[in-house]
Design a protein around this ligand. Structure first.
Ligand code: SF4
Length: 200
């Protein structure tokens, strides 16, 4: 697996990557200018509530049996110095074919496609699991608790891991070097953004 060619000791979180995917400038305002988002808009707070709700909603034993996994670990905190990233994996599933897979619960309905933020959350978790457990990770799962615990499987390509590493590299550049990033391409995200008054 390719590692980041970086001397940096900065370690970012999976949540940082999700914020970056929403708009790269969030990272700049939070880390370089030290301007926090308003509490009610904070992605992490929303995510925290999400975790609480999804715990209430899901029969996790049922999900595990459905995926034929041999064993699992829950709420695993993993760090990778090589990839400069850390985060929590809802569940690490150890599968019959001697591979592992991350499983992420979403308090959400499935609406015809898997969002790219969900996808990259799984890809980053896969990187972390590979390194920490020294095991192959070829796929990941999302459980949509508001669609009757529907499970979607995502098979990872090499290009997914490469893109994840490129994203991490870009975020490290912003944090370490204060590089001012491009704005999001979806201008409708700017309408309610707490940074819109200072974002040029
Ligand atoms: S105003 Fe738009 S471009 Fe600027 S930080 Fe907010 S979402 Fe990003």
């Amino acid at each position: 697996m390719e590692e980041l060619e970086s001397e940096s000791s900065t370690i970012i979180t999976i949540s940082d990557v999700l914020e970056y995917l929403f708009c790269p400038r969030f990272i700049y305002f939070m880390y370089c200018l030290d301007i926090p988002q308003h509490e009610e808009n904070r992605f992490k707070v929303i995510k925290g509530r999400d975790v609480h709700k999804k715990r209430q909603m899901t029969n996790r034993e049922y999900v595990r049996k459905k995926l034929n996994c041999i064993s699992k670990e829950s709420e695993v905190y993993v760090v990778s110095k090589a990839h400069h990233i850390k985060g929590i994996v809802d569940e690490v599933l150890f599968l019959e074919d001697n591979t592992a897979a991350p499983l992420e619960y979403k308090f959400a309905e499935y609406k015809d496609k898997v969002f790219s933020t969900y996808k990259y959350q799984l890809v980053l978790q896969a990187l972390l699991i590979k390194e920490n457990y020294n095991i192959e990770v070829q796929k990941g799962y999302i459980c949509y608790t508001r669609s009757n615990s529907m499970i979607k499987e995502l098979a990872f390509k090499l290009s997914d891991f490469k893109k994840a590493n490129d994203i991490i590299k870009d975020i490290i550049q912003i944090v370490d070097k204060g590089k001012y990033p491009q704005a999001t391409k979806s201008k409708n995200k700017c309408i309610d953004c707490c940074y819109r008054n200072i974002c040029a």
